[in-house]
Design a protein around this ligand. Structure first.
Ligand code: GAL
Length: 692
């Protein structure tokens, strides 16, 4: 009896702890909608200026400051000697001006004494040379000593600020990403990683297909990190990419656990990830309370809409990051957003007047709980000299971006007065909610066997994503751990790595009324990246109601067409020639080659739902959009047809439109009241409204 009682208490306790971690919404006050902050580096400026700067930050409307990101050398000037006095002063000055504080773990910048005493902490490059002190992100996540020593420093910092009321949260490291490190510790960890995974060397040999080219291993100690030798074993490389992701995640998890051991349960822990959809750090890092991202929009890489669209950047850049990060934990923040010109791009143009405010509203529209700008003051020395801040080089005059932040914060304060806790998003919007099933491993694997240089994986996914945003659909990027049954439609683009369990889940999803959309390159390989001993992609045949006869790849100079609903769409990059079963409908066929007339897009009923398969990747995605339009019509889901560059979202019952195009549009919405802007929305315009 007593034992049962104790077990019950233990279970209740576990539920409390677990429930707390799984409810990141508790860190934010719903009435705030979003809070705004800015990076400030007290250590860069004369102490006599701190109070002036913090007062100005507060006067501009900011609500938190971000400190100590790269400050390890100031926090621990000598081994084991900590100095938090300067940071205490900066924190209490922030508090004096009603600013909350986000602290950082500064593991991206170890002090020189540590590096000189323990040179092994430096990343080893493939050629054996090491990085050196003098930049940042040169220390290895795999180095045992570095990890241990970092955690000691983090523990001291966390203990010191554990109950400080001004401190609301923590950012781990800076823009962490999987590292390429050929150090002995990394090699050792990789051996351990594959040994844990495969248990016996025979299993590893099977998974890596080492019979090919005499690569067979007889002991785990013979295994090295894969070098960039031509044709290095692709299965080994796939595991290596999983390993580097794991090394990064486990270091971040240890940092989070260390902080949590000390700090009050009101302080959250996150990190600031770069939304890079291929590099394996975008799904869950378990110990974070929620995930955050950094985003730069104008740096000369990609044009937006129209001749000067580069001054606003592409509309999907913030949209996709919102839709990706929000879905991981239901809560997310944006840790860095560009305040003006940056210094590190190919061509660092001026953003369009209004761009900074547009981006801020776009972040808000995605559902973020905070948005922080990088950075307050323009630096006068260091690597980022020409980087804009909220104020210019004189330290006091707001830049155009600074004034736009100020305007945004004022507008948010007005919006807070309109907030109603019970307000819901309109049903027409929620009906369109669609999931994109994503696993970065597919991208890695396709990258290894591209078959054509014309294949662009992210662009392939974007064809579907952009069509959905054009429909005015809320999109959730989900992973295999998520509940499929919440979604009317799930799209799994180019989902190359599968297993029977996933196929079974897809089947159940459709049979129970879900509408599954699969696209070319899906189901080719096992999770080890091997082909099935069966016809190409055979495990998905019963699902799609067709066989795949073969695939073709065209020369860029001689594209062909597929015909859908009487219209031609050009393609070159990937086409699968499908052999549908009698009950499977053909929606599009190939034109112009020896397989003219055969099926390119098919759709079928499966149980209470449907499965649609697009075997072709068209040049501009117009066919993909038309196919989805037909599907949504068939499902009686009303979709919009928004013009280029215009996105519409809803959160907390507010409608928000952002216009990245060089034209003025009329919004296709029925507002009962506009809080900002109007039905007409110009370039860089923002409208915010409520509707019935
Ligand atoms: C980010 C980085 C920041 C800062 C910024 C400059 O990528 O996280 O620390 O360097 O770029 O734009």
């Amino acid at each position: 009896m007593k034992k049962t009682f104790l077990t019950l208490i233990a279970i209740l306790f576990a539920i409390c702890i677990f429930g707390q971690n799984k409810n990141p919404q508790r860190f934010f006050n719903a009435n705030d909608l979003i809070i705004g902050g800015v990076y400030y580096y007290p250590e860069h400026w004369d102490e006599s200026q701190w109070e002036r700067d913090l007062k100005n930050i507060s006067d501009l409307g900011f609500e938190f400051v971000h400190y100590a990101e790269f400050a390890w050398a100031m926090l621990e000037p000598q081994e084991g000697i900590y100095d938090f006095a300067w940071l205490d002063k900066a924190v209490s000055l922030a508090a004096k001006y009603k600013l909350k504080v986000v602290l950082c773990t500064s593991t991206a910048t170890p002090p020189v004494w540590l590096v000189r005493k323990h040179p092994d902490v430096l990343i080893t490059r493939e050629n054996g040379t090491k990085y050196d002190h003098g930049a940042r992100q040169h220390a290895s996540f795999s180095n045992n000593f570095y990890r241990e020593y970092s955690l000691t420093m983090i523990a001291k910092l966390a203990e010191h600020y554990a109950d400080n009321k001004a401190v609301i949260g923590w950012q781990l490291d800076n823009e962490p990403r999987p590292q390429e490190d050929f150090s002995p510790d990394a090699t050792e960890h990789f051996r351990r990683f594959v040994q844990n995974k495969y248990k016996t060397i025979a299993e590893l040999n099977k998974a890596w297909g080492t019979a090919f080219w005499s690569q067979t291993y007889s002991d785990f100690s013979q295994i090295n990190l894969p070098k960039t030798i031509q044709f290095i074993n692709a299965h080994q490389t796939l595991d290596y990419l999983r390993f580097t992701t794991e090394e990064m995640s486990s270091f971040l998890n240890e940092q989070a656990q260390t902080i949590r051991r000390y700090v009050s349960k009101n302080q959250w822990v996150t990190t600031n990830l770069i939304p890079d959809y291929a590099n394996g750090h975008l799904r869950k890092i378990d110990e974070l309370d929620f995930h955050s991202y950094t985003r730069y929009m104008v740096f000369g890489d990609k044009n937006g809409v129209g001749r000067k669209g580069y001054r606003l950047g592409p509309v999907e850049r913030i949209a996709k990051a919102n839709d990706f990060f929000r879905t991981i934990d239901g809560v997310y923040g944006v840790m860095e957003l560009q305040p003006g010109q940056v210094n590190w791009g190919q061509i660092n143009s001026q953003p369009l007047p209004g761009a900074v405010r547009l981006w801020l509203w776009h972040v808000f529209a995605g559902g973020a709980d905070f948005v922080c700008t990088y950075r307050y003051r323009q630096p006068l020395y260091g690597t980022e000299l020409y980087h804009y801040g909220i104020v210019g080089a004189d330290g006091v005059t707001p830049t155009r971006g600074g004034l736009e932040y100020q305007q945004f914060m004022q507008e948010i304060k007005t919006l807070r007065t309109e907030f109603k806790a019970a307000a819901k998003n309109p049903q027409h919007y929620e009906n369109r909610r669609t999931a994109i099933l994503f696993n970065h491993e597919n991208d890695w694997e396709i990258g290894r066997n591209k078959q054509t240089v014309l294949w662009k994986n992210e662009a392939h996914i974007d064809k579907y994503y952009n069509a959905l945003k054009n429909f005015g659909a809320p999109v959730d990027f989900i992973d295999e751990g998520d509940d499929f049954s919440k979604y009317n439609v799930i799209i799994a683009p180019a989902y190359e790595l599968i297993d029977n369990e996933l196929v079974e889940r897809w089947k159940n999803y459709a049979e129970n009324g879900g509408n599954l959309v699969l696209t070319c390159r899906t189901g080719h390989k096992t999770r080890n990246g091997q082909l099935f001993e069966a016809p190409f992609a055979a495990p998905i045949y019963p699902l799609i109601g067709a066989k795949i006869d073969f695939y073709d790849l065209l020369q860029p100079s001689t594209p062909d067409n597929v015909i859908f609903d009487g219209k031609n769409y050009e393609w070159t990059s990937w086409g699968e020639i499908l052999l549908p079963e009698p009950n499977t409908q053909t929606w599009a066929t190939y034109q112009g080659d020896f397989y003219a007339g055969s099926s390119a897009v098919i759709s079928r009923r499966l149980g209470k739902g449907t499965v649609t398969y697009l075997g072709v990747d068209t040049q501009d995605g117009a066919m993909e959009k038309a196919v989805l339009q037909r599907l949504y019509k068939q499902l009686k889901i009303n979709v919009l047809d928004l013009p280029e560059g215009l996105h519409i979202e809803y959160r907390n019952g507010f409608g928000i439109a952002v216009n990245y195009a060089d034209k003025t549009y009329t919004l296709p919405i029925n507002a009962t009241k506009f809080i900002l802007g109007s039905q007409e929305i110009g370039t860089a315009g923002v409208s915010v409204w409520v509707e019935k």
